[in-house]
Design a protein around this ligand. Structure first.
Ligand SMILES: Cc1ncc(COP(=O)(O)O)c(C=O)c1O
Length: 400
C-alpha cells in the first residue's frame, strides 16, 4: 500500500488549472501563448472594495471570525438574497467559506453517504464530480447536448432520479457553456423536483450577474417557493466582483444543513479571511454599477469570439446567455489530418494541436463531460481574443 490515501485515486487535479499552468510554463519558456483557459475576469477588484479591506485591517479586524462568517457579511448576504432573488433568509441560514468551491465541498462532505447519487448535468463545472467522489457519493451524469442548448430537459431529469438521488446540481449561467435557464425552463425542472420530495437542489448561481441581452436571471427557490426547504443556494463574489483571489463564497439553506456544513468547516479552514469578509460585505452592500460596465465589455468580447469561431472551418459556436465562456463544437475537424500527418481523433487532440502549433490554450470538452467541444474563456482583452481567434481559424484551415 502506498502512502497516499486511496480516496485520492478516485479524483483528478482540476484540468482547467492544468491548462492555465501549461500555458504559463510555455510562456516562461519563451513561447507566445494566448491563454483562453482562465476561469476568472481580467478586471481588477474595484477600488472601493479594496478600500473596505484596508479599513478592516486598520480597525483590527484581523482575528478569527465566527465559523459561518461575520454577522455583518451574513446580514449583507441576506439583504442581497432578498433584493436580487426575492428569497428570505436569516443569518443562521447562511454559511461563508473560502470561495464557492469550499461551500460545495462542505455541502457534499456534510450530506453524502456512500452510494448517495448526485445528478450532474453534463457539460459540468469540473469540480462537481470530483467533490462528489471525494465525499464518497456517486455522480450521475445527464447529457445536455448542443441540440438542447446544453440545458437539462425535464424528461431527462425525471429519468435520472432514483431512490438514491440526494442532490441535483444546477448551474446557471453555466461554466463551461454560458447557457442559462430562463424562468419557463427553470420552472419545467422545478416542476419535476416537486414530484420527488427526497431530492435536494444545489443551485450554483456564481455567474448570476454576468448575463447579456436583457436576460432575466432566476434561481430555483425563487421560481418554485415549494422547494425552499430543500434548496441550497450557492453564490459568491469571485466572478461578478472580480474577487477570485479573496476567496469568499457562500450558501443559503435550511439551518440543519448549514449547521452541518459549519461543522465540516470548523475542522478544516475555520473561516475565510476576516479581511476578505469585510471586502465581500462592502461589495454586496455598495453600488453594482461597475458590473454593468464590465458586462458591456464581456458582451462585446462574446460577440467577437462567437462570430470569429463560426468563421473557422469545422467549428460551430452557439451564442450563450451569460458567464464568460463559449463552448464551440469541433465535430467538423474530427478525423482531419494536421500538416504533420496526425489525425485529430478527439477534442483533446484538437486543443493540443491549437496549443502546439498556434500557442492558443483552450480546454477540451471532455474535461467537462461533453465531446467533441472545447471551452474558450473570453475573460481577456479584445486584442488577445481577436489574435487567438485568427490563429484558431488558421489552424482549422490548415487541417486536411
Ligand atoms: C460554476 C462555478 N462554481 C463555483 C466556482 C468556484 O468559485 P470560487 O472561486 O468562489 O471558489 C467556479 C469557479 O470557476 C465556477 O465556475
Amino acid at each position: 500500500m502506498g502512502f497516499i490515501a486511496s480516496r485520492l485515486s478516485r479524483i483528478k487535479p482540476s484540468p482547467t488549472i492544468a491548462v492555465t499552468a501549461k500555458a504559463a510554463e510555455l510562456r516562461a519558456a519563451g513561447r507566445d501563448v494566448i491563454g483562453l483557459g482562465a476561469g476568472e475576469p481580467d478586471f481588477d477588484t474595484p477600488e472601493h472594495i479594496k478600500e473596505a479591506a484596508v479599513e478592516a485591517m486598520r480597525a483590527g479586524k484581523t482575528k478569527y471570525t465566527a465559523v459561518p462568517g461575520t454577522i455583518e457579511l451574513r446580514e449583507a448576504i441576506c439583504a442581497k438574497l432578498k433584493r436580487d432573488n426575492d428569497l428570505t433568509y436569516t443569518p443562521d441560514q447562511i454559511t461563508v467559506g473560502c470561495g464557492g468551491k469550499q461551500t460545495i465541498y462542505n455541502a457534499f462532505m456534510a450530506t453524502l453517504d456512500p452510494g448517495d447519487e448526485v445528478i450532474i448535468p453534463a457539460p459540468y463545472w469540473v469540480s462537481y464530480p470530483d467533490i462528489t467522489l471525494l465525499a464518497e457519493g456517486t455522480p450521475v451524469f445527464v447529457d445536455c447536448p448542443g441540440s438542447n442548448k446544453f440545458k437539462l430537459q425535464a424528461e431527462d431529469l425525471e429519468k435520472a432520479i432514483t431512490p438514491k438521488t440526494k442532490w441535483v446540481v444546477l448551474n446557471s449561467p453555466s461554466n463551461p457553456t454560458g447557457a442559462a435557464y430562463n424562468r419557463a425552463e427553470m420552472k419545467a425542472l422545478t416542476d419535476v423536483l416537486m414530484r420527488h420530495p427526497h431530492v435536494w437542489v444545489m443551485t450554483d448561481d456564481m455567474y448570476e450577474f454576468i448575463v447579456y441581452d436583457d436576460f432575466e436571471f432566476v434561481t430555483p427557490a425563487q421560481v418554485e417557493p415549494g422547494l425552499y426547504d430543500r434548496t441550497l443556494t450557492l453564490n459568491g463574489v469571485s466572478k461578478a466582483y472580480a474577487m477570485t483571489g479573496w476567496r469568499v463564497g457562500y450558501a443559503a439553506g435550511p439551518v440543519e444543513v448549514i449547521k452541518a456544513m459549519n461543522k465540516v468547516q470548523s475542522q478544516s479552514t475555520t473561516n475565510t479571511s476576516s479581511v476578505s469578509q469585510a471586502a465581500a460585505a462592502a461589495a454586496l452592500n455598495s453600488s453594482h454599477d461597475f458590473i454593468a460596465e464590465n458586462n458591456r465589455a464581456f458582451k462585446e468580447r462574446r460577440d467577437l469570439v462567437v462570430a470569429m469561431l463560426n468563421d473557422a472551418e469545422g467549428l460551430t459556436c452557439a451564442t450563450p446567455e451569460g458567464a464568460f465562456y463559449v463552448f464551440p463544437s469541433c465535430a467538423g475537424v474530427i478525423g482531419k489530418k494536421t500538416p504533420e500527418g496526425n489525425v485529430i481523433e478527439n477534442d483533446g487532440d484538437f486543443v493540443t494541436y491549437l496549443l502546439e502549433t498556434q500557442g492558443v490554450a483552450a480546454v477540451q470538452g471532455e474535461a467537462f463531460g461533453l465531446s467533441p467541444y472545447f471551452r474558450v474563456s473570453y475573460a481577456t482583452s479584445n486584442a488577445a481574443l481577436e489574435e487567438a481567434c485568427k490563429r484558431i481559424q488558421k489552424a482549422c484551415a490548415m487541417l486536411l
